[in-house]
Design a protein around this ligand. Structure first.
Ligand SMILES: Nc1nc2c(ncn2[C@@H]2O[C@H](COP(=O)(O)OP(=O)(O)OP(=O)(O)O)[C@@H](O)[C@H]2O)c(=O)[nH]1
Ligand SMILES: [Mg+2]
Ligand SMILES: [Zn+2]
Length: 335
């Protein structure tokens, strides 16, 4: 929009003009870079790069009109803001996202719900007990991350609860996943595995996601004892946490390490996988795609299927293949 269009007195009063053409968008002069650590609808908590001050920011009205089809500002976003008195600020610019962990819009008119913006990786957290691991749910989480090109780690918590306690018994349950993903076995009670997890998180922005009650907030409390997080009580009759986390939150662990705690995710289990993307989103299948006799092979019943041959040889874990088949033949996946 040319400057001459900004003659309305209301616009003239604005101290920092915002360019409207997204192609030419750059942070307006005089604004300060920051990272969004909490997002609450109309207001956002941001941490300024310079000095690390935490301020509460609203979003410049003009920005709201530019960003459609997605959350305007989400936890993890890089923003540039004008500081106001009283630890307040106005967000003037949001950098394009490298990637997002979100609930995928089913229709083009749907608004994508961003859970965490710009994660370097995602840690999918499941407990070995209380609640029992749910591999089919994990498989759907994995699809979501694969579709959005987010490197995946799996974190198995509460390894103090298996008999005998420790890594070995838990490893048997997640052996198929170890073939394709880094799997970290931890206990916040004994501290086992926590150093290894810390190493995987160092210097990165990680989204931590998983069902309610698996111990996501507990992990954060061990990694950053100064932060105070609500820990749920899974001993209630429903098995659901009482102090369940509400809304994603980015925790600054220092040295460029950020970890986003997210509320227990059941909703993202309903993944709308774009047609043709399902087999690719199971990374174990990728080496064999395009090798089947039929070009449009679904790898469910066709003869001369390279995927089914690989399963028979043990080159693709059978449980992961069965998960693929149930999604391919079920009604939850379109195409
Ligand atoms: N035995 C054992 N219990 C744990 C461990 N980690 C967490 N817990 C317990 O598990 C329960 C749930 O922990 P939270 O950290 O609140 O779980 P959450 O994943 O943040 O749950 P939501 O916020 O509801 O998504 C609490 O009672 C914790 O004390 C662990 O390593 N071992
Ligand atoms: Mg929590
Ligand atoms: Zn096939």
């Amino acid at each position: 929009m040319p400057a001459s269009n900004r003659t309305h007195p209301r616009n003239a009063r604005r101290s920092t003009p915002v360019t409207v053409d997204p192609a030419t968008l750059t942070p307006p002069p005089g604004t300060s870079p920051a990272t969004v650590t909490r997002s609450h609808g109309l207001w956002h908590e941001i941490v300024l790069d310079d000095g690390g001050d935490i301020v509460i920011a609203t979003v410049r009205g003009q920005l709201k009109r530019q960003r459609r089809g997605t959350d305007i500002v989400a936890v993890g976003d890089r923003v540039w803001a004008t500081r106001l008195p009283d630890d307040e600020a106005v967000i003037e610019y949001v950098a394009p996202r490298t990637r997002t962990l979100g609930r995928i819009a089913r229709h083009t008119r749907d608004v994508e719900q961003v859970i965490v913006a710009n994660p370097d990786q995602v840690m999918f957290v499941f407990a070995i007990r209380q609640p029992d691991p749910h591999p089919r749910m994990l498989d759907r989480f994995i699809i979501l991350a694969e579709l959005q090109d987010i490197p995946i780690h799996i974190v198995v918590t509460k390894i103090d609860l298996v008999d005998p306690p420790g890594v070995q018994a838990a490893r048997d349950v997640f052996a198929d996943y170890e073939r394709s993903f880094p799997v970290h076995y931890v206990s916040t009670v004994t501290g086992e595995g926590m150093a290894d997890l810390q190493e995987a998180l160092a210097g990165k922005i990680s989204a931590v996601a998983g069902p309610s009650g698996v111990g996501k907030s507990s992990l954060l409390n061990v990694l950053d004892p100064e932060g105070r997080r609500d820990i749920g009580d899974v001993s209630t009759a429903t098995g659901k946490g009482k102090h369940t986390t509400v809304g994603a939150r980015l925790h600054n662990l220092g040295n460029g390490t950020f970890v986003a705690d997210t509320p227990g995710m059941r909703a993202i289990t309903m993944v709308a996988v774009p047609p043709g993307k399902l087999d690719w989103s199971f990374r174990e299948l990728r080496p064999f795609l395009g090798e089947c006799f039929y070009q449009d092979c679904t790898h469910v019943h066709e003869p001369d299927c390279a995927v089914r041959d690989a399963v028979a040889r043990g080159d693709i874990p059978r449980s992961r293949y069965e998960s693929y088949v149930s999604l391919r033949t079920g009604d939850e996946v379109a195409g």
